[in-house]
Design a protein around this ligand. Sequence first.
Ligand SMILES: [Fe+2]
Length: 393
Amino acid sequence: MALNVRWQGWEVIRDASAGLSAPALLQGFFTEPPISEKDVLEAFQRVCAAYDGELMSTLRVYQGGRRPALEHALLSEPPNSCETLRSWQSRLAGDAPTGIFLNRAERWSEAIATLGASLNRGLSGDDPSNLFVVEAVLLIGNYGYSPFGIHVDQGATRVVHIPLTQAQKSLYTWPPGAFEGATGGSVPSFEPERLVPLADCHSYRSGDLFFLPASLFHIGHSPELSATLAFVLTPRVEPMPLDGAAAALENLAGANWQGSAAAQTLTVERLLVLAKDHRELVWSSSLGLSSSLEYEAEALLCDAEQAFTIVRPFQVFVRRSAGLTVYARGKSFSLLPGLSQRHVDDLCTFFAVLNTGENLTFQLARHVAPSIGTDALALIVSILQARHVLVFV
Ligand SMILES: [Fe+2]
C-alpha cells in the first residue's frame, strides 16, 4: 500500500529513462499494485457523493464518443461496497467498449495522493525546487484504442503509468519525426491501425511501471478491462506575485483580516513576501500535488496510550506569526488566540518531533509540549488526523 512505498525507491525511474528523457518500462517494479481495486472504487464513491446534478469537468465516459448520459448514470449510482471493478463497469456500461477517465484523482483518494507525493519527492532528489506539479488520472475500461487518438501532450509533460490490473495494456509511441513523416503533420490522428506498425509498443500489467517522456506521440490500447493510474508531471508554472495573498493575510490576522490593524499597516513589499512565503509552504507541504484532498478522514477515538505518526512522505511546516500557522498536505490553518511564546515554542517542538516519523502517543506529546493542555493537544491531533496528516498506528 501507499504508506509502504518509500520515496527513495522512485529514483530508479530517473536512471532507467536517461534522466526522464526516454521511455522506460520497469517490469516488476511493485510486488503488488500500490493502489487496490477497493481504493479505486472508494475514490469513485467519493466522487459520486459530491454529485449535485451537474457533470464534472474532471470525469469523462466514452463509448466511441463522449457520453454525458453515462456520466450522469455513473455519478448518480456509486459503486456499492461488495462490487468489483468488473461488476461496476458492467452494471454501468454493459458489454460495450467503454472508457472512464477521472482527472485530479488525488482529490478523492488519500492512497493515490500519498503515492503521487512519494513519487514526486523521489524524482525531485528531495529538493522542493525540483518538484513537478503532479496530477493523478485514473484510466479505466475496455475501450480498445484510447478515444483521444494519437497525440502529443502539451509542453514538457511526462507521465508515469502504473497499471493496477492483471489485464495487459499497451502504450504505442512514435518519435515526432516518424509521426509527422507518416501523417504529414502533428495534429492528432484517429487512424491507429494504420500507424501502429510504425510505433514502438510498450506492454504492461499490474506490478509494472511505464515512464512516458515528453514530446512522444502516443496512444493507449486497452482491449480488456483494465485500470491504470497515471501521474502526469508538468513543470511548475511561475505564480503571480499576489497569488496566495488573501490566505496569507487570513493566517496573519484571522478571517476578518480586512478590518485588522495588522493587515491595514502592511507595506506592499511585506505583503509580497508573505504571499510568496505562503505559496512556497503550500507547495512544499503538498509535495507538488495539483489538488488537495476533498474529504476528511473518519474520526477515530483514541486513548492516551494510542500511538500516532505522520503520513510519509509529507512534512508539516510552521510559521510564527501572531500565533502559529501550520502547513500540512497543501492546506494551512492558524492557531491564533491566546498563544504565548512558550506555547508556540512547544508546538514547534511537537511538529519537529512529528516530522521525524517517530511514533508519538498523547502522553509523549504532553511531555514534548508541556505547556499545551490535554484538550488543546487532543484538538490539534484530531484536526491533523481528519486532514490525513497523521494516522493512528
Ligand atoms: Fe496523452
